[in-house]
Unconditional design. Structure first.
Ligand SMILES: Cc1cc2nc3c(=O)[nH]c(=O)nc-3n(C[C@H](O)[C@H](O)[C@H](O)COP(=O)(O)OP(=O)(O)OC[C@H]3O[C@@H](n4cnc5c(N)ncnc54)[C@H](O)[C@@H]3O)c2cc1C
Ligand code: SF4
Lengths: 763, 331
């Protein structure tokens, strides 16, 4: 009768399938005005002149902001430094153009059509300068990479390389990727008469973090940030592209304050490519040294990605290399090359995504050098403990993932000779790779209320970014309370609810789940305490701590389940409309006592607290093994993925349906990354060439084969009382490498630059 | 988007009359290309004349065994038409590999013929593009040109015509029937689209006031054994890197009939006359196929990113002919 672990259908499934779920753009607003962005058409230079007079005179136009008249806005604190922004330079503050797509004007009109038309009438003259394009310039070390120093060293990798019996030295490349969620980002900002601001956002970044960002951007003191409300109920995907504060989030609030009317900004698809970050292209040099048995003696992983004048986000490619294999000598370095582009940001498995492509491809090449089975090579270098921090794993089922995956896939049928397997004319290839991802536990509070009718409502300020949080958290609360999941409503996406960190880095289930559980247990105990003191209760006189939930909203004596009381009866006799409790999880004790869950907590300190290794005695990672079969048309170099088996250790599976959905989605991203996703930049002009879904290819159904997903479903009790780790991004990791490895197996051709297509295989 | 007037015509006479008096007007078929281009500011007609109510929606058998296709037949209807599937399977296949089901449900035959290039710089109003703005230059040469043309290009433009349907029509010797206030004309499809030369903005032989009323396919016993093969960057819903429409007739091991056209390689659907010449009377072998492909692509010129298309096109020709030889036409 427990709900956790069962495939409960999504509670919002019907709403979404019937189009009745209200996304941010669907929210009706009285007196609403509409904004559009005008963006720079050159990548570097100055605005010599900008003339908005025709636009200002156009029908319906209410306001045109340019650098000549926009209010002064502060530089934003960077996320890496405890703030909420990736792009720290605010928009419309000077005549400089730092990247193509930078906002040069913000037009507000009565209708979106009028605003768009007016934007066309603005004439901008530029003094162009040649932009820096590509990863060609001087490389420099970033200040930090995911909170860590840019260079990592264990042992002496260079010396060990020189001494190694077998070495592999290769360079791998991955292109710019864009998040491309189906829903374009939308912001609706409205001020009330008391100076309070309400912002409806498609906010993956979490409503509390955005509140702080709005306070900072708008000059509202932190202690008054409570006057800002951020609401985000449904998200049509984010994938990193709707986290953080960007100028597009701030400008509507600025304009709404000037106009005294609500302002809505909805980006066009093309503007999504330049207004919310992207994944940097990477160049990664990998050097491996091993003995003849395939035992790794040395790994050097040097990664270069894009730097920007607007902010800094190094793609943390080498970090997975630091922990994945038992290797005594490891060096990982991150460098940036400044370009005239916007700031990169987190994108679907940041670091691990492209990093594992390089590492796991190189391992496959090493296996080839050694004539060793690629899976056997990984087993020979299996890390029994975390080699990076030299401490045990909280749990690691990777060995079982390998064996279960190999069994399901039929790995033993692989003929090691490249080009040896065929199906008619098609060349068949098998490839595999390891997956690992460092999901986190972020500080999260939840409030659970039991109502007089025995139903419960759970509130938490997290956002359901489409992953199924509404469903799964209702299950967690239902089990802790002893009711059916249908009796629990999970409400999220509102700064009025208890604090939650943004649901980034696959952290949702493992951060929110324990908080919800703790709050549900607490409120249940409250009811039990009421009952044991109530002479009319069958529980009267029992020890409240031993009272058990037996389902159906009933609480029974530990010694006699026949003697029970119900939430409904207890509350009725007590004359209470409801009882509620709030609890936090992943939160340092001092925060417990002070955090109301409504107070605007600075993100930085919380982040530092949260990323401090949990309990400090264990390392926690999600693990998995990816097995892929491809078919390659030998005539045309067309690659089709024909089978994928993914086996994952994500701790306890809260809901196999939503978990599988995450895994299938992640693998699909991996297919896209391997075979088609790429944003191209004009080599001289530094502008994206195809900012649309016709130029940026994502997998269609026809590209995605039958995917066999299996979870070990083994609770990790050291991580949290629910035993859950993370699932969202893990299944992306390694897929691109497994496909590249399979392509090599099919054709004998090693492609080290993504994506892989006919151009790469025929050349 | 700018404001524009909207008219709707119920018969051909009204439609051609309307456009003759509105020089800045455009016909609106399914709108899947025109509306996009208007939104992007590439096209800005003063008037749009909706022609979707014109009675040009039939697919009829002609007395000589050919087929007449109304200009407003939707792409999905044409692909599913019994006559087309039986007699010209390559055309049905070509249509089905184009765009998506939703787009095919809207797209019309006339609009498909007249769809414009997908060159990214043509769409980007801030880029230099001779086709959009004669004399402005061409950002594709030296820029992102992976999908661009390798045959019949000029130093002014290297764009492709993106249609799949037209590749099959070129191979099938289709004839386009057009009408204006001056009367009717018939233009062979292979002469309908023009190579860029020094005037990439002039894309077709159609006059600005002419309406496409029909496309006619002559009878072709050969076409019953035909295929369309499209190579693209994903399995569905992507424009061709290269495509091949082919029909093949072999007797006693010798090629006795062949029709071959290539897509994705030029500013027009590319009828491969040279390859056909090499093949006719040659032994139906892989070697002949390769020689024919080499001959056709001898004048091909690759640019910074699309060099691979030359070899890809050759291989696609060989693979399609081989498949016709060994497996016959498409079902
Ligand atoms: C995302 C996307 C993907 C696509 N993928 C493919 C693909 O893979 N392969 C492919 O072949 N195509 C593809 N297309 C293009 C599609 O096939 C064309 O947009 C469609 O065929 C155009 O037909 P329409 O009726 O909608 O034309 P419209 O947009 O209505 O018109 C196009 C042009 O033709 C003119 N016109 C229309 N009818 C007539 C007529 N009877 N007489 C004179 N002028 C006329 C219009 O004035 C306009 O200039 C794709 C399109 C999109 C948007
Ligand atoms: S290839 Fe043709 S369409 Fe493309 S930019 Fe050059 S001139 Fe314009």
């Amino acid at each position: 009768m427990t709900s956790v672990g069962t495939p409960v259908p999504r509670v919002d499934g019907l709403l979404k399938a019937t189009g009745t779920a209200r996304y941010t753009a669907d929210i009706p607003f009285e007196d609403l005005t509409h904004a559009v962005l005008l963006q720079a058409t050159i990548a570097r230079g100055r605005i010599a002149s900008i003339d908005a007079s025709a636009a200002e005179a156009a029908p319906g136009v209410l306001l045109v902001l340019t650098h000549l008249n926009a209010p002064r806005l502060p530089r934003m604190r960077a996320f890496a430094k405890g703030g909420s922004a990736q792009q720290t330079v605010p928009a419309l503050q000077d005549d400089r153009v730092r990247f193509a797509g930078e906002t040069v004007a913000f037009v507000v009109a009565e209708s979106q059509e009028q605003a768009r038309y007016a934007a066309m009438l603005i004439s901008v003259e530029y003094d162009e300068e040649p932009p820096a394009v590509g990863l060609h310039g001087d490389a420099y070390p970033p200040a930090k990479v995911n909170g860590q120093p840019p260079d990592y060293r264990r042992g002496d990798a260079e010396r060990a390389l020189a001494d190694a019996a077998v070495t592999v030295e290769r360079t791998y490349r991955t292109p710019v990727h864009h998040h491309n969620p189906i829903e374009p980002p939308v912001t609706i900002a409205s001020w009330d008469d008391d100076g309070g601001l309400t912002v409806h956002e498609a906010a993956q970044g979490g409503v509390h973090m955005m509140r702080l960002g709005f306070a900072e951007a708008l000059g509202i003191p932190r202690r008054k940030a409570g006057s800002i409300r951020v609401v985000s109920k449904f998200l049509g995907g984010g994938f990193g592209g709707k986290g953080f504060m960007w100028p597009r989030n701030i400008l509507p609030a600025v304009a709404a304050r000037l106009l005294g009317r609500p302002v809505k900004l909805e980006l066009t698809r093309a503007q999504m490519y330049t207004s919310g970050g992207y994944r940097s292209e990477t160049v990664q040099r990998l050097r491996l040294g091993a003995d003849r048995d395939g035992r790794l003696g040395s790994i050097v992983h040097e990664s270069t990605s894009t730097g920007s004048d607007m902010g800094e986000f190094p793609e943390p490619c080498a970090q997975i290399t630091q922990m994945l294999y038992a290797c005594p000598n490891v060096t990982g370095t991150h460098r940036l090359v400044r370009q005239n582009v916007g700031v990169p940001t987190f994108t679907r498995a940041p670091g691990e995504g492209p990093g594992s492509f390089a590492l796991e491809s190189a391992l496959d090449e090493l296996a080839g050098e050694l004539s060793l089975d690629p899976l056997e090579l990984r087993l020979r270098n299996y890390a029994e403990t975390d080699p990076e921090h030299d401490r045990p794993w909280s749990s690691k089922g990777l060995r079982e993932c390998y064996s279960e995956g190999a069994e399901r896939f039929g790995w033993s049928a692989r003929n090691p000779e490249p080009g040896s397997m065929r199906d008619g004319r098609w060349l068949v290839g098998y490839g595999m790779a390891t997956a690992a991802y460092s999901s986190h536990t972020w500080p999260t509070f939840a409030r659970v209320r039991i109502r007089a009718d025995g139903t419960a409502v759970v509130r938490c300020a997290t956002t359901d970014i489409g992953t199924g949080t509404y469903t799964v958290m209702a299950q967690v609360a239902a089990d802790a309370l002893g009711v059916r999941p249908g009796d629990v409503t999970f409400e999220a996406g509102d700064t009025r609810y208890p604090f939650a960190f943004p649901p980034v880095s696959s952290s949702g289930a493992r951060s929110i789940g324990p908080a919800v559980r703790a709050a549900a247990l607490a409120v249940r105990t409250r009811v039990a305490r009421l009952a044991v003191k109530d002479r009319e209760s069958p529980l009267f006189g029992a020890d409240a701590a031993t009272v058990r939930a037996i389902g159906g909203g009933r609480l029974a004596r530990a010694d006699d389940p026949e003697r029970y009381d119900t939430f409904v009866d207890v509350l009725e006799r007590a004359g209470l409309g409801h009882v509620e409790e709030r609890k936090g999880y992943g939160v340092m004790p001092f925060l417990h006592s002070t955090a109301s869950g409504i107070a605007p907590w600075p993100v930085g300190p919380l982040l530092r607290v949260a990323t401090r290794p949990f309990a400090g005695r264990y390392s926690t990672y999600d693990f998995g093994a990816q097995f892929v079969e491809v078919r390659v048309d030998p005539d045309l170099g067309v690659v089709r993925v024909s089978r994928v088996v993914g086996v994952y250790d994500i701790g306890r599976v809260l809901n196999p349906r939503t978990a599988r959905n995450q895994a299938v989605g992640g693998i699909t991203w991996g297919i896209g990354m391997a075979l088609m996703e790429r944003t191209t930049t004009h080599p001289r002009l530094g502008k994206y060439t195809s900012p649309n879904l016709s130029g940026y290819l994502l997998p269609t159904n026809a590209d995605v084969p039958d995917i066999d997903v299996h979870f070990l479903d083994r609770p990790d009790p050291l991580v949290n009382p629910l035993g859950v780790k993370g699932v969202g991004e893990l299944p992306v990791v390694g897929v691109a490498a497994a496909i590249a490895n399979a392509v090599h197996h099919a054709t004998g051709k090693r492609v080290r630059s993504l994506p892989i297509g006919p151009a790469e295989l025929l050349g | 988007m700018r404001t524009f007037a909207y008219l709707s015509a119920d018969d051909v006479a009204t439609a051609v009359q309307a456009i003759s008096t509105e020089p800045g007007a455009k016909f609106l078929g399914g709108g899947t290309n025109l509306v996009d281009l208007m939104r992007e500011g590439v096209e800005h007609p003063d008037t749009v004349i909706d022609i979707t109510r014109l009675p040009l929606t039939g697919v009829e058998e002609l007395p000589d065994g050919g087929v007449r296709i109304g200009a407003l037949v939707r792409n999905s209807d044409l692909a599913g038409d019994r006559l087309i599937r039986g007699r010209y399977p390559m055309l049905s296949q070509a249509l089905l590999t184009g765009a998506s089901a939703q787009l095919r449900n809207m797209a019309t035959v006339g609009g498909n013929v007249l769809q414009r290039t997908r060159c990214a710089y043509f769409y980007d109003g801030t880029a230099a593009c001779n086709k959009r703005e004669p004399g402005a230059g061409c950002d594709a040469i030296g820029g992102f040109n992976r999908n661009h043309a390798i045959l019949g290009t000029s130093e002014d433009c290297i764009a492709t015509h993106p249609s799949d349907m037209c590749v099959a029509l070129a191979a099938l010797d289709a004839v386009v029937e057009v009408e204006s206030v001056r009367g009717k004309r018939r233009i062979p499809l292979v002469d309908f689209h023009l190579l860029p030369g020094g005037t990439p903005q002039v894309e077709t032989a159609l006059e600005a006031d002419e309406l496409i009323t029909a496309v006619e396919l002559p009878p072709s016993p050969l076409a019953a054994t035909s295929r369309y093969r499209k190579v693209r960057d994903r399995a569905s819903y992507a424009f061709a890197l290269v495509s091949v429409a082919a029909a093949l007739e072999v007797a006693d091991g010798t090629v006795t009939g062949v029709r071959l056209a290539l897509g994705g390689v030029a500013a027009k659907p590319w009828r491969a006359y040279e390859a056909e010449r090499v093949l006719l009377g040659a032994p139906a072998t892989e070697e002949s196929f390769r020689l024919a492909a080499e001959a056709e692509l001898a004048p091909a010129v690759g640019r910074s990113q699309n060099e691979f298309k030359i070899e890809l096109a050759k291989r696609a020709v060989v693979a399609t002919l081989r498949q016709l030889l060994t497996e016959g036409g498409a079902a």
